[in-house]
Design a protein around this ligand. Sequence first.
Ligand SMILES: Nc1ncnc2c1ncn2[C@@H]1O[C@H](COP(=O)(O)OP(=O)(O)OP(=O)(O)O)[C@@H](O)[C@H]1O
Ligand SMILES: [Mg+2]
Length: 235
Amino acid sequence: MQKPNGTPAPQGGVDVRVANQVNEHERAPLAKTAHRVLHEIFGLPGFRGEQEEIIKHVIAGGDAIVLMPTGGGKSLCYQIPALCRPGVALIVSPLIALMRNQVDILSQLGVRVAALNSSLSGAERAKIRSALRNGRLDLLYVAPERLLMPDFVAMLRETEIALIAIDEAHCVSQWGHDFRPEYLRLPELFDNFPGVPRIALTATADRQTREDIRGRLKLDAARLGRKAHPNESVR
Ligand SMILES: Nc1ncnc2c1ncn2[C@@H]1O[C@H](COP(=O)(O)OP(=O)(O)OP(=O)(O)O)[C@@H](O)[C@H]1O
Ligand SMILES: [Mg+2]
């Protein structure tokens, strides 16, 4: 699939490599591109709730913490920016079954996607590494243990990274129901990719978990996208 805003520079689109300095004037074409991806790739008529706002923010280079209920549509919040920004998006995912499910859905839509985890053979892993090196992947789902391996990080440093998404981000929190200690090392990874947007997503919306995610992933300035709640302000 050719990214609407990917590399090489698209015809009639906008190059989002400068998106970190995006201004209001430049936001309009970016938003249009997100709509195009929603319609043309996902075949959906419109965004739900805060999806559009979050997607535009991440395409423009911002960090985000996304809180939406189960089945609320969190995946599009990183998948559309992944397809609008140049480079490959890294999706940290805790379970092989979750990765497989997303890979199946996206490959049926023609998106260039793979999952890297302990279930693969050496040959399969080599194939993914080669696709990464040659810029032939839009999204890579990866378990945190594998993502943090030094030789893998070294390879990623030679690769253009579109964004880093942390799905099921409650795994980072001691208050979350399936705490995974490897998640605590993710800030080490982020340090290798300054300026790359990070987006943490979870359906666990209690304040303690949320603040733990923000603190442990060092997402201090992240925009907080969440379902509106009467007594709380949204940053
Ligand atoms: N804007 C939209 N219009 C129509 N359907 C949508 C939209 N956004 C998401 N969906 C659909 O909603 C369903 C759930 O989406 P998704 O898997 O992203 O949820 P989730 O928030 O990640 O849930 P979970 O917490 O279970 O991981 C999917 O079938 C997806 O295609
Ligand atoms: Mg999900």
